[in-house]
Design a protein around this ligand. Structure first.
Ligand code: GLV
Ligand code: MN
Ligand code: MN
Length: 416
């Protein structure tokens, strides 16, 4: 009976551990920035595992990897997807869990001899993190036609390389077309990356949607001069305005409901002790579950930054790195996740996601939902990110049963 079906938790942990060796950092965690040699090695391992499972593997023009298990009927697959790239100081679960749990779903169905009416596809999307090449969710956006292939290939990363050149260099620009692929439904298992599930003692989050995201890079230019001789009244210091902007971001987050804000990158040039900087380059990450409030935060930041810049006599240019309105997932599918979690005996709560996810690129085009499992201490984008094995197992079993319900087990072949 498929109701009693369970994933093999030890096999999933083993795959997580093997993937964690690629790009492993000395003190724990991983660095697998998108389209680096480490990303390539992880991709090759993933493809090898997909082939072992007999999946039909396709790499598309933006490097998304999809392995499909045929259904008894043709048609769009139920897709289980996430990413295997990481931030530079990443943990071993962010993204990777969702992809490897997808493989585990396939392996479990194979062992039980269960066929499904609809195909099941496991996917790893290129450059979800946006840490090297912005925007985040890059591969999933191209997959769903929300970002053009050539536009994506032209994106310049933090190290001056382009997506296209790096895709070609690591041999991951595949032959499959992008932008027109449709899925029957999209499911993503992911760690919560925040503190709520742990604090509430809840095992499963049925994710209702993702908050809006606004990423910008600011370049502030002033007059570089001698630190000892330049009177304070004569200065045009980009460093001062950069510092004020960081303070402003924190203040806005305190004043606007639901708002969070982060300055994650800040560089002063030439960056010397006795030189007033010529230039500051910094990023601002603003997020809010409410689009109008997010727009208010952007507008206030723009106005106040203009005043700060005028007062100091510096110029500011702004470049949008990513901009996504809040996305809601499919209510019926979120309900299905909840029901499957309950049927498996797990506590479950509906919750919004603070982080961006590949799933949000699918939400406009297909029924989409996500499954969250707890993150210890709410820590993520950090090498110490950790999710307990029993929570990994619980999440993968909810993924299994939700996927099975969507792909429909076929009667008379050991499953239904
Ligand atoms: C992706 O990890 C994000 O920044 O939310
Ligand atoms: Mn992720
Ligand atoms: Mn991440």
């Amino acid at each position: 009976m498929s109701r009693n079906l369970r994933i093999d938790a030890a096999r999933l942990q083993d795959r997580l551990a093997r993937m964690a060796r690629i790009g492993a950092l000395p003190g724990g965690g991983v660095c697998r920035l998108a389209l680096t040699d480490q990303d390539r090695e992880a991709r090759l391992l993933l493809v090898a595992w997909m082939e072992e499972l007999g999946l039909e593997v396709v790499v598309d023009a933006i490097g998304n990897i999809t392995g499909t298990r045929a259904g008894t009927e043709p048609g769009p697959p139920v897709m289980l997807g996430s990413h295997i790239d990481t931030v530079a100081t990443g943990g071993i679960y962010d993204g990777t869990l969702g992809v490897l749990a997808g493989l585990e779903v396939v392996a479990t169905l194979d062992e039980a001899g269960i066929r499904t009416r609809h195909p099941i596809a496991v996917a790893a999307f290129t450059g979800e993190e946006g840490a090297r090449f912005a925007p985040d969710m890059l591969g999933a956006l191209v997959h769903q036609g929300a970002l053009g292939l050539e536009e994506a290939r032209a994106i310049v990363g933090i190290d001056g390389t382009t997506v296209g050149a790096e895709l070609d260099r690591i041999g991951q620009a595949g032959p499959a077309p992008v932008g027109t692929e449709r899925v029957r439904a999209f499911l993503e298992l992911h760690i919560e990356q925040g503190p709520r599930l742990e604090a509430e003692g809840t095992v499963i989050g049925a994710v209702t949607g993702v908050q809006g995201i606004s990423w910008a890079e600011y370049t502030i230019e002033g007059t570089s001069n001698h630190a000892g001789t330049t009177p304070m009244a004569m200065r045009h210091d980009p460093g001062l305005v950069a510092a004020a902007l960081a303070v402003l971001v924190r203040r806005l987050a305190g004043e606007i409901e639901g708002q969070v804000g982060t300055v994650g990158r800040l560089a002063l040039e030439p960056g010397l002790v006795n030189v007033i900087p010529a230039r500051a380059v910094m990023t601002v990450d603003l997020r809010n579950p409410d689009e109008a409030r997010l727009q208010a935060a952007e507008a206030r930041l723009g106005d106040e930054l203009a005043r700060l810049a005028a007062a100091e006599g510096v110029t500011v240019t702004r470049r949008t790195l990513a901009r996504f309105p809040p996305k809601l997932f499919d209510d019926a599918l979120v309900g299905r996740v909840e029901a499957e979690a309950r049927a498996l005996g797990h506590s479950v709560t509906r919750m919004a996601s603070g982080a961006g996810h590949d799933a949000q690129a699918f939400a406009p085009n297909a029924p989409t939902a996500m499954i969250f499992v707890p993150s210890r201490g709410g820590i993520s984008h950090n090498t110490t990110e950790y999710t307990a094995p029993e929570h990994v197992e619980a999440g993968a079993n909810v993924l299994l049963h939700t996927a099975l319900a969507l792909a429909m087990p076929v009667a008379g072949e050991g499953g239904a």
